[in-house]
Design a protein around this ligand. Structure first.
Ligand SMILES: NC(=O)c1ccc[n+]([C@@H]2O[C@H](COP(=O)([O-])OP(=O)(O)OC[C@H]3O[C@@H](n4cnc5c(N)ncnc54)[C@H](OP(=O)(O)O)[C@@H]3O)[C@@H](O)[C@H]2O)c1
Length: 305
């Protein structure tokens, strides 16, 4: 089979070439990959592991070999899954508990966008407890995690405010049904019960200044590349609030499949949209560049015919 592997001598440090077939553990299904998504975190890993690393966590495809221990989807099932690398290839292993069957009307491309971004969004939102009637701020709302977070928070009954980097991102987030979209929190007088922040730096500090007493900030990323300078006094209006560092892989990975199945069902019911560019997998390097340059919005997904 062919797949992507890091190689310092290849163009862009990434080669597409013949690779060994996957070797599944007893609890793994093997899938023929039809689509995969690229995550911002993988941009960093590509630089950290420049030689012989096979990237790719977010995959959707057809099971060609069921798990030897009898768990998970059967051969022939259309699934989405979170792989431990190797997903930017024709075939890959996925632990069966990190996989879910997708409805017939959900495309592989939409499903492939779900694992890292969707799981981060749904699980970071849960750090705020029940969201019915709560005020939720999502920063980086045009990004991979953000586009899912604003929609899932609204589905859970929250009043959602989306923070975007500029007015050029407003249309995209409006298309997801969000009514309150801001580029700054200046002038906002209400306070948020929950903030999901994937931007960091001054955006995180500004969000803290608009946190409700007892509220929660789930800080899951630093897409803006700047550290936040935070002092005790930043919590003055948000007494006894919590600032939590959220890592999706530190949550219960054995139930990833359940959440993936729920989100795939929401897509099938037309309640969860998956914006972002779709490209042929031969354009993976260009797709990575678009993410690096911040020219892409939503989830960047590559498809394999
Ligand atoms: N902790 C975890 O488990 C976990 C899981 C997933 C992701 N992450 C991390 O979370 C972050 C976001 O991930 P993602 O997949 O959503 O990335 P993404 O698709 O690249 O989205 C990043 C978002 O942040 C916005 N942004 C970037 N710099 C900004 C700035 N200076 N001011 C305002 N907005 C800014 C982007 O706006 P534009 O539209 O203008 O680019 C975009 O909306 C990354 O750092 C990623 O590594 C962590």
């Amino acid at each position: 089979m062919i797949g992507h592997v890091t190689d310092p001598n290849a163009e862009g440090g990434l080669d597409l070439r013949e690779l060994p077939e996957p070797t599944p553990a007893a609890g793994d299904v093997v899938i023929e990959v039809r689509a995969y998504a690229v995550n911002r975190g993988e941009l960093h890993l590509l630089q950290m592991r420049p030689n012989g690393w096979t990237p790719g966590q977010d995959v959707a495809g057809v099971v060609v070999q069921a798990a030897a221990d009898g768990t998970g989807p059967k051969a022939g099932a259309r699934i989405v899954g979170a792989a431990d690398g190797g997903g930017w290839s024709q075939r890959v292993n996925v632990p069966s508990h990190r996989a879910a069957v997708i409805p017939d009307n959900v495309s592989f491309a939409d499903a492939a966008a779900l694992p890292v971004a969707g799981l981060t969004a749904i699980r970071a939102l849960r750090t705020g407890g029940p969201l019915l009637g709560r005020r939720v701020l999502v920063t980086g709302a045009s990004g991979g995690v953000g586009v899912f977070a604003v929609q899932l928070a609204a589905i859970a009954g929250a009043h959602v405010t989306a923070h975007v980097s500029g007015t050029h991102r407003v249309d995209l987030v409006t298309s997801l049904g969000v009514e309150r979209i801001v580029t700054t929190l200046d002038g906002i007088t209400d306070r948020f019960d929950l903030v999901l922040d994937g931007v960091g730096g001054p955006v995180l500090v500004e969000a803290l200044h608009h946190l409700a007493p007892g509220g929660t900030v789930a800080a899951y990323g630093m897409a803006g590349g700047q550290k936040a300078e935070i002092a005790f006094t930043d919590f003055r209006g948000a007494t006894n609030a919590k600032l939590t560092g959220f890592f999706v892989y530190a949550t219960d990975v054995t139930t990833f499949g359940e959440d993936l199945g729920d989100m795939a069902r929401l897509i099938g019911e037309g309640k969860l949209r998956v914006p972002g560019p779709r490209r042929d997998w031969k354009d993976t390097r260009q797709a990575i560049d678009s993410l690096r340059k911040r020219s892409a919005t939503g989830k960047v997904v590559l498809t394999i015919d």
